[in-house]
Design a protein around this ligand. Structure first.
Ligand SMILES: [Zn+2]
Ligand SMILES: [Zn+2]
Length: 272
């Protein structure tokens, strides 16, 4: 049973519940440690990110909850930092490094917002070539550790969010796979830790977690480590699909996952 989660959002960014409601649900679910990872303020994508004002509220809320739950459940203050955004400015326990966008002429295309926006963007900026888009995404991801200094990498294959059943492109095509694997190997060599993220399952976009099974097997083969996360945006999703994620990790050859307990990252056995 997975009893930790370090990827979650609140009403300070695009979550549906307050930090207090999220912590209460985590406690009720029997978690040993719970981490908040608000979307770091980024000037160009305010719609899902924290503002400077809500960041102050977020930090204060999490500090208060840490005291409230002391001795019962460990509470951690984290952030989900953007590859293409401002660096976080507050003291924190950990950082998730994510890219929700791919740079295009004159700006950024969200790979995460809606299928329609992504489809239109691929047509407009990549001449309809999905592989050109995913190549650029992964090529940019190669810098995620140096840019964000993250403790783990968020939803590595996020451009597949709307690709259930391969309706946008073929994930087994070498035009997709080669760059995804090349960058994955590069990040594993640098000590990268990847999350198994069930967020798109609980929100109804996917039937399997990020990353896909072939990419997870590659992480294992390249010696990378994993963290199991729900990327919860609501109190009812805090441990959603954790059993499935644990089974998938075991199936791909992992025996341990990384957890932040007693203030340090450590490997613990994945219990089915
Ligand atoms: Zn994210
Ligand atoms: Zn997130």
């Amino acid at each position: 049973m997975i009893r930790t989660n370090y990827h979650s959002h609140t009403t300070c960014c695009d979550g549906r519940n307050t930090a207090e409601e999220m912590a209460a649900a985590a406690w009720k679910a029997g978690l040993l440690a719970y981490g908040f990872s608000g979307h770091c303020y980024a000037q160009h994508n305010l719609d899902f990110c924290m503002t400077p004002e809500s960041t102050r509220q977020y930090v204060a809320d999490v500090h208060a909850l840490r005291e409230q739950y002391r001795g019962r459940m460990e509470i951690y203050l984290g952030v989900e930092a953007e590859l293409h955004g401002e660096a976080p400015t507050f003291d924190r326990d950990y950082t998730i490094g994510s890219a929700h966008e791919v740079p295009v002429d004159g700006g950024y295309l969200s790979v995460d917002h809606t299928e329609e926006i992504l489809r239109r963007g691929v047509t407009e900026h990549f001449g309809g070539d999905w592989y050109a888009m995913t190549r650029r995404y992964f090529t940019e991801m190669a810098r995620i550790l140096e840019v964000t200094g993250c403790d783990f990498i968020g939803h590595y294959d996020l451009p597949t969010k709307f690709n259930e059943g391969g309706r946008c492109f073929d994930e087994s095509d070498r035009q997709y796979r080669d760059t995804a694997l090349e960058v994955l190997e590069h990040l594993c060599r640098q000590g990268g830790v990847f999350e198994i993220n069930t967020g798109a399952m609980s929100r109804g976009y996917r039937t399997t977690p990020y990353p896909s099974e072939p990419l997870l097997r590659a992480i294992r083969a390249f010696g990378g480590a994993i963290v199991i996360s729900s990327d919860a945006h609501s109190a009812d999703a805090i441990t959603a699909y954790f059993d499935q994620a644990a089974q998938l990790a075991l199936h791909c050859g992992f025996r341990t996952h990384r957890v932040l307990l007693d203030g340090r990252w450590q490997e613990v056995a994945i219990e089915p």
